[in-house]
Design a protein around this ligand. Sequence first.
Ligand code: CIR
Length: 255
Amino acid sequence: MLLAITREVSRSIVHCELTHLARTPIDVERARLQHAEYESALKRLGVAVLSLPEQPALADSVFVEDTALVTDEFAVILRPGAESRRPETQSIERVLAPYRELFHMEPPARVDGGDLLRVGKQVYMGMSTRSDTNAAEQLQEILKLFGYDLHIVPVTGCLHLKSAVTQVQDDTLLINPAWVDKSLFPGVKFIEIDASEPYAANALLVDDSLLYPISFPRTQERLASAGIAVVALHADELAKAEGALTCCSLLLRVF
Ligand code: CIR
């Protein structure tokens, strides 16, 4: 069974970190409704959702993806690049402990989960403003214990690697080639986003189903042409906080 760890949108989301976007008003209630729609979609797919309570003092805590890398064998508690986000890892560590052997990123390493794209035993790490080579070195040591390979991928123009590229099928990535270099993913098939929808590369693959924002119809059309149907969701309110679909859950296979 798949378990999704999620967290209620914080009332302080209006004070979230922003890197590439200008601050615009965020409607907390609307963000919560869209987040509930996301959790319901996961449940309809048969995923067990562990919805953690709001953390009023941690503005970005809905974006649980950034706190940990979870694989089938182990999890790494990360050290998020933005200092304001570091306390978010504590509660996630407690939740993950019963399910996985835990490793920890040690200071001064910095890496957000949004910069870690895992495809089978290949882990691609985005070098964004949130991640550094110290984290890459520590991660490589952990990954090699379990037979995973780490690939370093520079990212420009967006917050995280997964703003620019995510997995949409076993062997296929959805990518914005303006933000990340396709040649750094050898042997992989790609679908390119429509250039008029730069934020369209973040999709959440849940077994064989794909959760996808309703706001990118042209890219959705490209997915359809490739035979990929999506579960379309409203996600534009949290997008104002520079968050997308993968950011709002940690998925792990449990028993
Ligand atoms: C941040 O800047 O950290 C948050 N406002 C957005 C984080 C989005 N997370 C993700 O893409 N994994």
